[in-house]
Each structure stands twice: as structure tokens, then as C-alpha cells.
Design a protein around this ligand. Structure first.
Ligand code: AMP
Length: 517
């Protein structure tokens, strides 16, 4: 077993003078040798603040250079970083800190956030800020200790808790996903097995996904460091700046959500010349709509392209190489045994070939989480007899592939008919006047739910009649046609670029009610 620290230290032994991390704001860069010293210095500083092995420490930080160092240093100390989305409101972040019984926090010097965390943590627990913060906090700079004070690294218990990552909470309160040390290898190595990433200093990764997300941390940061590569921090995703960074640094690996690729292709400075250095394109987090997938594949001809399906709990369950033309097709990942179970049935109750069911993933794989932090009832809901219930609808196809059709919870039931948003979205996405579309069910007295399309127009806004005509002329069954269209300037998304369906549903409901009134 290699832990995260093992992977960094082994890379440092192989390539001490190679650049490990580059900051996009300051251009600060650290060689692997320097990175190890920084990690030890911060780890020693955290120890001096009273933090130690086994302590769960909240990191509530945006994508900063310091964020990467803090995560690696807490881990080096034997503490457990609990990676909380910095976009949460102070009271929400504090709620997670309380729920997790955390021993300290590292955050931005934001007064409201620091106050909420201090009120929640036990008296005297350290709150460390990246920059000068309110009284009673310690700045990260002041918190560097003597790197030589750190005892040599000892390999921990493989089952021991290494990291707490949070579910996106698009449908409820985020849950703390406890990731053990033994999960690291599999969470990183699939990039080689399934996405064709070769070991070597040529790897230059643009950190598109946030560091607090499983993909941002294990595949972005660790996907660079474990492979002797260089991680280029992306503190905010600005497509124009990202295009410049790709060209300037000769980025070889782009791993983002479909929204990132949508943004890159729409950037005014996008050109084939600028992305010449890119060898590998990986996307995850959501299915990429067919038309976008075709455009991305055409923009990156000859590159290795992979669709990765995963969840924070099991990491990478399914994948599909060269997905163009098959946006919803998947295969089990190299460490994943999967099953399609009857919806509402037991995990032993398997759906037939071609029948829709819930995707179940073998939870005995090393990459699997230990459970949700202090939420045994939530763990019991998702884990049954060694299987993890994903909550995603899948169908087994004859050739061994699977089709994933979205979340069980997102399925719309209208007049007793089931409608999958993805099918309606895929149809509408082909309309030239639509930049983005999300289809959801809005409650309705007569039909139970009606199919509603939430549209972000691209260029001139098409009329509802035009979109309805477009659907009628398509292969979409009549009952699947949206009964209403609501136009939005932006589709609300969380920091990991997942659509905030609950927010969107409320907004759509409000817009439709005011239209009726
Ligand atoms: P999270 O744990 O926040 O990363 O969310 C995991 C969920 O995102 C999965 O259960 C799927 O619903 C969705 N998801 C992730 N990757 C993909 C993908 N490549 N295709 C379709 N859905 C995906």
C-alpha cells in the first residue's frame, strides 16, 4: 500500500529537482525536494498548534497553493483533513465541523467564517488562517515549524482514516465520506490503467477540479505528483486564463467536468494551436451531452479521451474510452465489479439484461470509503451486503457495456410515465439556440409532475413554440416533451460544477407560478 505521503516522497526521491506544484497567482513553484520541506515545516507547525495524529481538521479553503500544502502537511502529521467546500455559508461549514467533532480548522481570514468556526470548535482549538486573520487565529506563515522536527514517516494502518471528503449535497446536507489509506493507490492508478496516463516528468496537469473534490485531489493533485508530473494550480476557473495557461505551460492533461470543457471551447481565445500540448482529455462528474462531446472530440483530435463515472464514496466505478458517439455508455473500471439491481429491490435482486435498475458497485474494492462520518444510518442506507448503492439508473447492454441514465431521484413521473431527464436534455441540446439545458420535474396537481426544461440560451433566445416544435419533430415520445420552458441567465451549479437541481427546481417552480398568476 502506498499512502498519499508515500506517493509524494517516492516521486521526490526519483525526481528531487523537478517542479511539483506551480501557483497560478504568484508563479511560485516548488521542486519535489522543496515540497517535502514545506510539507514537513507546516506539519511541524500544526503539531506546535496542538494538532496531532488522528485529529480531524477542517480545511475550508478555495483552490489556493496553500490549500494543497495544508492537505499534504496535515496528512503527513497523521491528522485527517476534512475538506469542506469553502463556498458553504459559515454556519453550514461550522455545522459540518460540529457534526464531525473536529479538532481544529484551516481557513481564509474571513471574519464571519472564523467566528463561526471558533464558536463551534472546543475552547482553545486552533483556527489557522491563510493570511492575517482576526484576533485569536494563527496565520499559516507563522505556523511553519522546523521541518527537521518531524519524525520519519511510518506507514499507517491501511484501514485507518486518511481523508474526509464531502458529498456535493445537491439534494441534502453534505455527508463526510471517510476515505481510508488503503484507498489511495486505486484512486490514483486508474488514471494509468483506464485513461492512458504514463508515468514521467512530461506530465503537466491543469488543476481544473477543486482540491476539496475527490477528482481534484486524488486525480488532479495526486495524479500529477504520483506520476512525477507538475500540478498547475487553477485558483479560479476562467476559460480565457485557462487557455493561456494550457499554452504557456504546455499542459498535457486536462481533467474536468463537462462544464469546464464547455467553457474552454467557448473561450474567445480558444484555438487548436493553444491546446497543441494536450495529450489526454478526461471528464467526470456528469454525462457530457452528445453535441458537446462531439465538439470536444473534434477539438482534440487524436488525443486519448475518457469518460470517468465515479462517486466520492467509491471513486471510479465505470469508464468509457473514446466516448464520442456514445455519451451514455460505460464499462466497469479495472477494480470495479458492478451489478444492476432492481429499483427498490435487495442487492441480490438483479435486473434483467436491458432492464433499468440501480447501479450497484462492489464495496469490497480498496478504493471504497469506510462510511459516512458519524452518520451510521446514512452508511447503512447506501451499503448492503458488500454493495454500494449509487442511486444512479443503469441498464446492462448485451455486449457487457452499461448505459447510465441519471439519478433515480431525478426521474420524472408524469401521469404514471417515467421520463429520464437525460434523454430530453440530449434532444434539446441539439437545438442551436440552446447553450445549456437541464430537464426536471415540477409538481403538478393533474400530472403529479410535469416535464420542465430549464434553458440557458446561446445567442438569440428561441421561443417556447420553436422549442416545442423542435421536440415534436424529434424522436422524443410525446409524453416526454417538456410542458414548460423556463429561461435562465445561468444554470446554478456548485463548486464541482454539478447542477444544483433543488435550487433550479425551486426557481423554475417560482417562475411558472408567477407566469400563471
Ligand atoms: P460526487 O460524489 O459528488 O462526485 O457525485 C457522484 C454522482 O455524479 C454519481 O452518482 C453520478 O450521478 C454523477 N456522475 C459522476 N460522473 C459521471 C459520469 N461520468 N457520467 C454520468 N454521471 C456521472
Amino acid at each position: 500500500m502506498q499512502t498519499v505521503h508515500d506517493l509524494v516522497r517516492l516521486a521526490a526521491a526519483r525526481r528531487p529537482d523537478h517542479v511539483s506544484i506551480v501557483d497560478d497567482r504568484t508563479e511560485r513553484r516548488l521542486t519535489y525536494r522543496e515540497l517535502l520541506v514545506e510539507i514537513d515545516a507546516y506539519a511541524a507547525g500544526f503539531a506546535a498548534q496542538g494538532l496531532g495524529p488522528g485529529d480531524i481538521v477542517a480545511t475550508v479553503m478555495p483552490n489556493l497553493f496553500e490549500h494543497a500544502l495544508v492537505l499534504l502537511a496535515l496528512h503527513r502529521l497523521g491528522a485527517v483533513p476534512a475538506m469542506i467546500n469553502a463556498r458553504l455559508k459559515p454556519e453550514e461549514a461550522a455545522g459540518l465541523v460540529k457534526q464531525g467533532g473536529m479538532a481544529g480548522a484551516v481557513t481564509l481570514p474571513d471574519e464571519a467564517m472564523v467566528r463561526a468556526l471558533k464558536e463551534t470548535l472546543r475552547q482553545g482549538a486552533p483556527v489557522i488562517t491563510a493570511g492575517p486573520g482576526p484576533a485569536g487565529t494563527c496565520t499559516l506563515d507563522a505556523c511553519r515549524g522546523d521541518p527537521k522536527a518531524m519524525a520519519p514517516w511510518k506507514s499507517p494502518d491501511p484501514e485507518g482514516l486518511a481523508f474526509v471528503l464531502y458529498t456535493s449535497g445537491t439534494t441534502g446536507l453534505p455527508k463526510g465520506v471517510m476515505v481510508p489509506h488503503r484507498a489511495t493507490d486505486a484512486r490514483v492508478l486508474y488514471m494509468s490503467m483506464q485513461c492512458g496516463v504514463m508515468h514521467g516528468t512530461h506530465n503537466k496537469v491543469l488543476g481544473l477540479m477543486p482540491l476539496f473534490h475527490a477528482v481534484g485531489f486524488f486525480s488532479g493533485l495526486m495524479g500529477a505528483l504520483a506520476f512525477d508530473g507538475t500540478y498547475h494550480l487553477c485558483s479560479v476557473f476562467d476559460p480565457v486564463r485557462a487557455m493561456e495557461a494550457i499554452e504557456r505551460h504546455g499542459i498535457t492533461l486536462l481533467y474536468g467536468s463537462p462544464t469546464h470543457f464547455h467553457g474552454l471551447l467557448a473561450a474567445p481565445n480558444f484555438s487548436a494551436e493553444r491546446i497543441r500540448s494536450v495529450q489526454t482529455v478526461i471528464y467526470a462528474g456528469a454525462a457530457m451531452p452528445g453535441p458537446l462531446l462531439e465538439r470536444v472530440a473534434a477539438a482534440f483530435p487524436g488525443r486519448k479521451m475518457t469518460n470517468i463515472y465515479g462517486t466520492t464514496e467509491i471513486m471510479n466505478g465505470l469508464y468509457f474510452p473514446e466516448p464520442a458517439g456514445k455519451p451514455h455508455h460505460y464499462r466497469p473500471g479495472y477494480y470495479s465489479n458492478v451489478r444492476v439491481g432492481r429499483i427498490g429491490g435487495t442487492v441480490e435482486d438483479e435486473a434483467a439484461l436491458g432492464e433499468e435498475g440501480e447501479l450497484l458497485i462492489d464495496a469490497t474494492a480498496d478504493a471504497t470509503f469506510l462510511g459516512y462520518l458519524n452518520r451510521p444510518e446514512a452508511t447503512a442506507e447506501k451499503m448492503h451486503g458488500g454493495w454500494y448503492r449509487t442511486g444512479d439508473i443503469a441498464v446492462r447492454l448485451g455486449d457487457g457495456d452499461l448505459e447510465v441514465r441519471g439519478r433515480v431521484d431525478d426521474m420524472i413521473i408524469t401521469g404514471a410515465e417515467n421520463v429520464h431527464p437525460y434523454e430530453v436534455e440530449a434532444t434539446l441540446a441539439r437545438h442551436s439556440g440552446i447553450a445549456e439545458v437541464v430537464v426536471l420535474g415540477v409538481s403538478d396537481e393533474r400530472w403529479g409532475e410535469i416535464v420542465v426544461a430549464c434553458v440557458k440560451a446561446g445567442g438569440t433566445r428561441p421561443s417556447e413554440e420553436e422549442l416545442d416544435r423542435f421536440c415534436r419533430e424529434s424522436t422524443l415520445a410525446n409524453y416526454k416533451r417538456p410542458r414548460a420552458y423556463v429561461f435562465f441567465d445561468e444554470i446554478p451549479r456548485n463548486a464541482a460544477n454539478k447542477v444544483l437541481r433543488r435550487v433550479l427546481r425551486e426557481n423554475a417552480h417560482a417562475a411558472l407560478s408567477s407566469k400563471k398568476a
